[in-house]
Design a protein around this ligand. Structure first.
Ligand SMILES: N[C@@H](CCC(=O)N[C@@H](CS)C(=O)NCC(=O)O)C(=O)O
Length: 205
């Protein structure tokens, strides 16, 4: 079995890195230097025509999109390690939160960054759209906070790769300026997730 993980530090790839460390499976790691535009090199584009990280190549099959990778790792290696639900309604709940994170929460976060970040030329930014996006991000954090009010983890009250992906994403939302203390259930859950050895290993790796 061969797993090759293409990543860049401080990118969407951190969710997959953490998942691989939680699973404890052997993998090869390849650094894609985004500043040097390794993502544009022909060999990489042949594997991921989107020119983005993360990418996981499993037995020669390239899989892009972080959620697709997490779902694949979950069903292939996670069930037997008690890190992903079996097929059924609990798995449907994992799907729900994973897709929500990249599409709904993530969509609002990208809109926020696009309209507020110095990295985007000023003429392309729209302050009102930035404010709307900020409120949308806060609304989504409120939805997560309400769900976590009576449970320790997102699915079946058991830590899973759904928590990994969502916690890594929410941690990043905290790093771009949203004060997560405003959502105490989210903050406590994030602490539970990130205090795991798998998270520390993924940061060190
Ligand atoms: N929807 C994709 C987003 C991937 C993505 O945007 N990756 C960024 C890093 S966070 C990237 O590789 N950017 C390089 C570029 O656009 O040139 C996923 O979840 O995997």
């Amino acid at each position: 079995m061969s797993l090759v993980f293409y990543y860049a530090p401080m990118s969407t790839a951190v969710t997959v890195n953490w998942a691989l460390e939680e699973l404890g499976i052997p993998y090869e790691k390849v650094h894609i230097d985004l500043e040097a535009r390794d993502q544009d090199k022909q060999g990489y584009r042949a594997l991921n025509p989107n020119g983005k990280v993360p990418l996981l190549v499993h037995d020669g099959v390239p899989i892009f999109e972080s959620v697709a990778i997490i779902l694949h790792l979950g069903e292939t290696f996670g069930v037997e390690r008690n890190l992903f639900p079996r097929p059924g309604l609990q798995r449907a709940e994992a799907f729900k939160w994973l897709v929500w994170t990249n599409v709904s929460l993530g969509g609002a976060v990208y809109r926020f960054l696009y309209n507020t970040s110095d990295r985007v030329p000023a003429e392309r930014r729209n302050a009102l759209a930035g404010d709307v996006a900020k409120t949308d991000v806060e609304t989504h954090l409120g939805i997560l906070d309400a769900d976590l009010a009576k449970k320790k983890f997102l699915v079946a009250d058991t830590f899973s790769l759904a928590d990994v992906h969502i916690a890594a994403t929410v941690r990043w939302v905290g790093m771009i300026g949203f004060d997560l203390k405003r959502w105490p259930n989210v903050a406590a859950w994030l602490e539970r997730c990130t205090s795991r050895p798998g998270h520390a290993k993924s940061l060190a790796a």
